[in-house]
Design a protein around this ligand. Sequence first.
Ligand SMILES: CC(C)(COP(=O)(O)OP(=O)(O)OC[C@H]1O[C@@H](n2cnc3c(N)ncnc32)[C@H](O)[C@@H]1OP(=O)(O)O)[C@@H](O)C(=O)NCCC(=O)NCCS
Length: 323
Amino acid sequence: MRAMNMFRDLSAVADLIELCFASTMDNDGQRYVNDMRRASRDDGFLRWASNMTENASMPMTGYVWEEDGRIVGNASLIPFRDQGRRIYLIANIAVHPEYRRRGIARILTQRAMKYGWDKKASALWLHVRDDNPGAIELYQQLGFKEITRRATWVAKTDPPSLPDSDIQIVPRHPRFWLQQQDWLRRLHPDVLGWYRSFNLNSLRPGLMNWLYLLFVDVNIKQWAAICGDRLLATLSWAPRGGRSDSLFAATGIGTDEGGETSAEALALLLIHARRTLPNRSTLSLEYPAGEMTEAFLAAGFTERRTLIWMRAQPATRNDPLRK
Ligand SMILES: CC(C)(COP(=O)(O)OP(=O)(O)OC[C@H]1O[C@@H](n2cnc3c(N)ncnc32)[C@H](O)[C@@H]1OP(=O)(O)O)[C@@H](O)C(=O)NCCC(=O)NCCS
């Protein structure tokens, strides 16, 4: 095991990630691997990035495992800030299929954790698909605890037609904001705020925000589903320049008495968005796993994956490499 050398290793690490994640890699993942390859060929970028290892989102810091001169294992560290505190996302843990179950991933992850603790991180995070029990087991053994599960829903087929309903779809009115904000706070918990690239406050009504959005040239569209004067759900769309998670749905918990109506309202909003947004053949959004499933299915979405977000904190660390 040794520290990754981005001048030499980036391309081999990209190959390893592509091989190890082949069965689950989506377009975003493929773009990420391609970006790594492109970066590996760009000396100027690498020189710049080598001075930026604590700030870049590319995996510039990390550890690799070599056998006979060939990289067969990897663990990357991606730095983030959470209200001034340092956080690392440990990512791209991958071991070549021929070298598995020899403890390589465990040692690489432990080494990455030690790096984080040495840098005085307030927390280490990682995410893992819920259908990857081997990796989940490994991370639990190393002291990571599940914090939240989030499903990614994607729309691929043609949108269904809008069914008849007493629920009306209207533009999001400023008076809906307090309720919408309450829902958004539960559905997009602050604990993951450091990772979100979209500031949910951009959905807030008001002149200042409107001017800001005009300035940054982001054209957000928002709708509300109402029944009489009762707000049931909201949906917001922001173009994200190629990234697909541009829908933000908000509604109450779907399991109470009003659950059916919330789900119906959300489904109508999603269908409406799919039918009215320009040139959107695919749309996707994140939502807490297991919630509003029927609404997403009714609007023609399918579940792409569920990620378990896990966190280790200094108090829970269980890292034998640490003195
Ligand atoms: C997950 C992965 C990194 C594990 O690499 P590895 O080097 O084989 O893992 P280790 O040998 O260090 O395993 C350590 C422990 O994790 C658990 N574990 C790892 N892989 C497992 C599997 N396939 N099934 C069950 N448990 C597993 C076991 O508890 C294991 O200890 P044991 O071998 O003493 O039982 C590797 O299988 C891989 O690259 N998978 C594809 C990419 C991936 O899913 N990465 C994780 C993304 S979050």
